[in-house]
Design a protein around this ligand. Structure first.
Ligand code: SAM
Length: 262
């Protein structure tokens, strides 16, 4: 972002550092594989099935709103929101993902700030945004007990925080070396918080009760928990047809929509 100090890697949490390395290495292949699917939904689709925002109505009218996307990747969402009249800021920890964002912004002929930072420590002033959101963005890879402090600080009163990602169901039924989720519970529900993967990266998931208590502790009220179910014939570049059958039976993805108290 203009006039902003460069990312101070020494201040990053250990998992943020590992996730940055992972996303820098993975970025080109990720955009090549999934970019066309994100483009087909005009950047306004949620999750691995790209279920349209027009159908789910999570963010509502974004015109003239200040919007922060946490873990924007190639910023397909922020580009689309900017075309709808919002004032987005795209934040990501991976400079390679931000390079793709710059490329797509140029192609789309839009301009807005991109910020190279971690969602666990955002170098922006308090009360800067009306909406903070992401679609499988930084909230999957950051500790909720760290980023919720930032989200509360950065949002204006009555602001919306909405984010999609995995579900407790998915995390409990999936343990490497399995390729996809099975139909048995393999992890302890009550131990959910940080999930370490073999490649050194980490993801985060809380129990439903812990999510609700965390939101309330930060002055948020829950407006919705949308559990995404693909259509019977849905296709995705993220997951296989076999996995779709699992997703038809159990929720693999969810969107929390919470609002900061006025
Ligand atoms: C699965 S991608 C999703 C991006 C975009 N919504 C999409 O669908 O392509 C996750 C993004 O989160 C970013 N990320 C991971 N950890 C982060 C952190 N600590 N702070 C900010 N961004 C982070 C990654 O660099 C990556 O671009």
């Amino acid at each position: 972002m203009n006039g902003h100090p460069p990312l101070d890697t020494h201040r990053l949490s250990e998992h943020a550092r590992a996730n940055r390395t992972y996303w820098n290495e993975e970025s080109d292949a990720y955009q090549e594989r999934n970019g066309p699917m994100l483009k087909a939904s005009s950047g306004l689709g949620w999750g691995v099935w790209q279920i349209p925002e027009a159908q789910l109505q999570v963010l509502g009218n974004v015109r003239d709103k200040d919007v922060l996307e946490l873990g924007c990747g190639a910023a397909q969402w922020s580009i689309a929101l900017s075309q709808l009249g919002a004032r987005p800021v795209g934040l990501d920890i991976s400079e390679q993902q931000l390079a793709h964002a710059r490329r797509l912004m140029e192609e789309a002929g839009v301009d807005f700030p991109l910020l190279h930072a971690s969602a666990e420590e955002v170098p922006l002033p308090d009360a800067s945004f009306d909406i903070i959101f992401c679609d499988w963005g930084a909230t999957s890879f950051c500790d909720p007990y760290l980023y919720m402090r930032e989200v509360e600080r950065l949002l204006r009163p009555a602001g919306i925080f909405a984010f999609s990602g995995s579900t407790p169901f998915c995390e409990l039924c999936w343990k490497p070396p399995m390729e996809i989720q099975g139909d048995r519970l393999l992890r302890d529900y009550f131990d959910l918080h940080r999930i370490d993967w073999e490649d050194g990266t980490a993801e985060f998931m809380l129990t439903y009760g812990d999510w609700v208590r965390l939101f309330r502790r930060h002055s948020f009220e829950v407006e919705d928990l949308i559990e995404l179910r693909p259509a019977a014939d849905a296709v995705s570049t993220y997951v296989t047809d076999e996995e779709r059958e699992w997703c038809r039976r159990w929720p693999r993805e969810q969107i929390w929509k919470v609002r900061k108290k006025a």
